[in-house]
Design a protein around this ligand. Structure first.
Ligand SMILES: Nc1ncnc2c1ncn2[C@@H]1O[C@H](COP(=O)(O)OP(=O)(O)O)[C@@H](O)[C@H]1O
Ligand SMILES: [Mg+2]
Length: 269
């Protein structure tokens, strides 16, 4: 379904991503892990076709269903928001602060589906908020973003991103701004939606514990550093026999679920 084929990316002529490849089938998960600045967001933005000013894919190609997302002609645009969606680290920052959640959600649905009436869109939005386990979804619809907690806003972001049953969900540190317990809940709910709908996911995280939890036996964890892939493999390989010191350091940095000393790693939650 998705094939990233040896891409390099430059910002203003400076190369920040080198020779990156990734293949993803329907329903598969790929997790990108690595320290800050290793190029994870650059990968995600390249796939979405939304590199910031000055950013450019200078080599390689990105194919979705065998067609290049980099070609002009509107192919990437036609997929964005529906077949390919994205959640950011703080969806709250993406949401308009002066408009209610309901208004924005309904507008999003009606932009993507011109046939949807207002009431129908409202019902769909409420249904999605409920699936993300937001308590009292009707009330959430009437709320302004600042009235919700970070975790609630993030659930709204995921609800919007999952609304049209995208085939590919790009999630850039979707839980990193949240406390560990909320992270665990949200990751679990993303997993439920992913399993029910066979959504493919590329998840960016600096927490190998989250990556391990999101990955199944046939999924892949890709470890990145300085714009390059350091190593990649199944969850079992990366967790049990990492080949690189760098990966071992990331493993050692996994926060525990119930604080230090409980001995329970988030991985096994
Ligand atoms: N808009 C930009 N302009 C110039 N350099 C950038 C820009 N965005 C990111 N970079 C650089 O590209 C590299 C990779 O960044 P990024 O993909 O954001 O890493 P990560 O998401 O892993 O933290 C870093 O060295 C960063 O400084
Ligand atoms: Mg990033």
């Amino acid at each position: 379904m998705l094939k990233v084929d040896k891409i390099s990316v430059e910002y203003d002529g400076k190369r920040v991503l080198e020779d990156f490849s990734l293949e993803l089938g329907a329903g598969q998960v790929a997790c990108l892990v690595g320290e800050s600045g290793s190029g994870k967001t650059t990968v995600i933005r390249s796939i979405l076709g939304l590199l910031p000013e000055g950013g450019e894919v200078t080599q390689g190609d990105i194919l979705f269903d065998g067609r290049s997302l980099l070609s002009s002609g509107g192919y990437a645009e036609s997929l964005r928001g529906r077949d390919i969606t994205m959640i950011f680290q703080d969806s709250g920052a993406m949401i308009d602060p002066v408009s209610t959640i309901g208004r924005q959600f309904v507008e999003y649905i009606r932009t993507q589906d011109r046939k949807a009436g207002k009431r129908e869109a409202q019902a769909r939005a409420i249904n999605m908020l409920r699936q993300m386990r937001l308590p009292d979804p009707e009330n959430v619809m009437h709320s302004y973003p600042f009235q919700l907690s970070g975790g609630m806003r993030q659930r709204v972001g995921i609800a919007m991103a999952m609304c049209f049953e995208p085939r590919l969900l790009l999630a850039d540190e979707p839980t990193s701004a949240l406390d560990v317990t909320t992270q665990a809940q949200i990751v679990r709910q993303m997993m439920e939606l992913h399993t029910e709908r066979r959504t493919s996911i590329i998840l960016v995280t600096h927490n190998l514990g989250v990556a391990a939890y999101m990955s199944g036996p046939s999924d892949k964890i890709i470890v990145m550093k300085s714009g390059r892939i350091v190593e990649q493999g199944s969850r079992e390989k990366i967790l049990r026999c990492p080949a690189q010191d760098y990966t071992r350091e990331l493993l050692a940095a996994i926060p525990t679920m119930e604080g230090e000393g409980s001995g329970q790693k988030y991985v096994y939650a």
